[in-house]
Structure formats: structure tokens, C-alpha cells
Design a protein around this ligand. Structure first.
Ligand code: ZN
Length: 61
């Protein structure tokens, strides 16, 4: 399959751990031990995502 959507998600296991490390197409990064939690995080974009440059200052929840 070729990905041409422009939205790229990358998920990889951190070697030697049970931790997943994911990178959203927006540049936000996230780690989780549960693959389901990882996908929920990605699918929840942009909720909970903090792209580089964005300043989190208690802006809502
Ligand atoms: Zn995102």
C-alpha cells in the first residue's frame, strides 16, 4: 500500500521496553504502553496534541 494522504503516523516500539512511541503528522509525539491508547491519541488529533511551537499555558483542558 502506498501512503499518499499526507497524514503520516509513525509508531514504533522502544527497544527493550513495552513502550510505544508515536509521532503524529502534526509533529506531536506521544508514548504509551497500550497500543489502543496510542491509536486513540492519534485519532483524537488535534485534542491533546501539542505541535512544536505551540505554547501550552493551561489553555482549557
Ligand atoms: Zn497531531
Amino acid at each position: 500500500m502506498s501512503a499518499r494522504t499526507g497524514e503520516v503516523y509513525r509508531v514504533a516500539w522502544l527497544p527493550g521496553t513495552d513502550v510505544l512511541h508515536g509521532t503524529c503528522h502534526c509533529g506531536a509525539e506521544h508514548t504509551a504502553e497500550d497500543p489502543v491508547a496510542m491509536w486513540e491519541w492519534m485519532l483524537a488529533h488535534p485534542e491533546g496534541h501539542r505541535p512544536p511551537g505551540a505554547t501550552a499555558r493551561g489553555n482549557g483542558s
